[in-house]
Design a binder for this molecule. Structure first.
Ligand code: NAD
Ligand code: DAU
Length: 337
């Protein structure tokens, strides 16, 4: 049985991925290393308690000694790196932690992969490394990197390190670049969960700028299936885009959420735009579809409903977060006076 070290497994996508792998296969043990930042939550994986195929270590991916200890103790054979500071707005207000975790942390994991001769290193990157598109065209894997925010610059830096370790040391690496995810357990600072929760609570829904920025949305389970396919069948040294061909302006999503919850559009509040706000993302996922036979299973409107229902049915999960301390540490630019 392969033992995969999953980093950042207590976050949104990492926790969905661990659940997906353990539910759909019996081929892997998962060792989850997570620092439990404001975005990491042990409750995201509470259902796995007692599963012998899963174990958890609280730890920082920048800690080389701790990771070396875990690799040896748990006989780890490969790494999938989800751990990151992931929120663009926070990176604009305070970039340092993004550089530390996303760049230095990735470098530590690459060094670990090299030292222990691991079988595979998968870097979970993002479509944001490509920058912003005009009204037409899509990102392909060879689109030049052109990151615009401190977050995307830190992710692009990590991608370049992964590429360099593959080229220089022949390290068995693969990079994945996915579009915007939505689904259960997403931290309520990101567009979809924030808007659902504010709508439920009848609070203003803060839409940046004119609301016409376009993102390309994928249900998190489709992303998880793609990562597993890449882990199992992907070609070493390659980059794979992941997306579900679902471009949508932010304002349309916000209106769909209000409609589904039976709330009034008067809750929509246009606020000062995000500095450097990328206008449009769109992913061309032809490569993973043709080479690995992956395709998305979920249709956007149905999966958005499923997501809204999850937030309705799991209010304790998000109530604990929004009534907690996390907001104290940052104040958005549009709230500044
Ligand atoms: P998230 O913020 O929900 O989770 C990040 C997790 O990493 C948290 O559990 C946190 O505690 C952990 N972490 C942070 N710093 C750490 C450190 N130094 N050491 C160990 N653990 C640490 O993020 P997410 O949305 O689940 O994103 C996961 C990955 O997917 C990220 O690498 C992100 O760049 C990438 N990605 C996200 C999206 C998206 O739409 N959310 C899309 C494409 C790619
Ligand atoms: O594209 C992949 C990326 O998607 C990931 O790499 C990031 O980790 C993830 O956070 C996400 O980045 P975005 O910046 O696109 O996601 P966010 O949910 O923060 O914003 C989505 C869009 O909604 C964006 O155009 C900004 C807008 N927005 C966001 C918030 C939080 C608003 O209008 N109002 C808001 O309150």
């Amino acid at each position: 049985m392969d033992t995969i070290l999953v980093t950042g497994g207590c976050g949104f996508i990492g926790s969905n991925f661990i659940r997906y792998v353990l539910k759909n296969t019996n081929n892997y043990r998962i060792v989850n290393v997570d620092k439990l930042t404001y975005a990491g939550n042990l409750k995201n994986l509470a259902g796995l308690k007692g599963d012998p195929r899963y174990c958890f270590y609280k730890g920082d991916i920048c800690n080389y000694e701790l990771l070396s200890f875990i690799i040896e103790k748990e006989n780890v054979t490969s790494i999938i790196n989800f751990a990151a500071e992931s929120h663009v707005d926070r990176s604009i207000l305070s970039p340092q932690e993004f550089i530390r975790t996303n760049v230095i942390g990735t470098d530590v994991l690459l060094e670990i992969t090299r030292r222990f001769g691991l079988k595979k290193f998968i870097q979970i990157s993002t479509d944001e490394v490509y920058g912003s598109l005009e009204q037409t065209g899509k990102f392909i894997e060879s689109t030049p990197l052109s990151p615009n925010s401190p977050y995307s610059a830190s992710k692009a830096s990590a991608d370049l390190l992964v590429r360099a370790y593959n080229h220089t040391y022949n390290l068995p690496t693969i990079i994945t670049r996915c579009s915007n995810n939505y689904g259960p357990y997403q931290f309520p600072e990101k567009l979809i969960p924030l808007m659902i929760i504010n709508a439920i609570n009848e609070k203003p829904l803060p839409v940046y700028g004119d609301g016409m920025n376009i993102r390309d949305w994928i249900y998190v389970e489709d992303h998880c299936a793609a990562i597993l396919a890449i882990y199992e069948e992907g070609k070493i040294g390659e980059v794979y885009n992941i997306g579900a061909e679902n471009e949508m302006p932010n304002i349309e999503i916000v209106k769909l959420i209000l409609k589904e919850l039976g709330k009034n559009e008067s809750l929509i509040t246009f606020v000062k735009d995000r500095p450097g706000h990328d206008r449009r993302y769109a992913i061309d996922a032809t490569k993973i579809k043709t080479e690995l036979g992956w395709k998305p299973r979920y249709e956007f409107k149905e999966a958005l409903k499923k997501t809204i229902n999850w937030y309705i049915e799991n209010q304790t999960w998000w109530q604990e977060i929004i009534s907690g301390e996390y907001k104290k540490y940052y104040k958005k630019w549009y709230e500044e006076r």
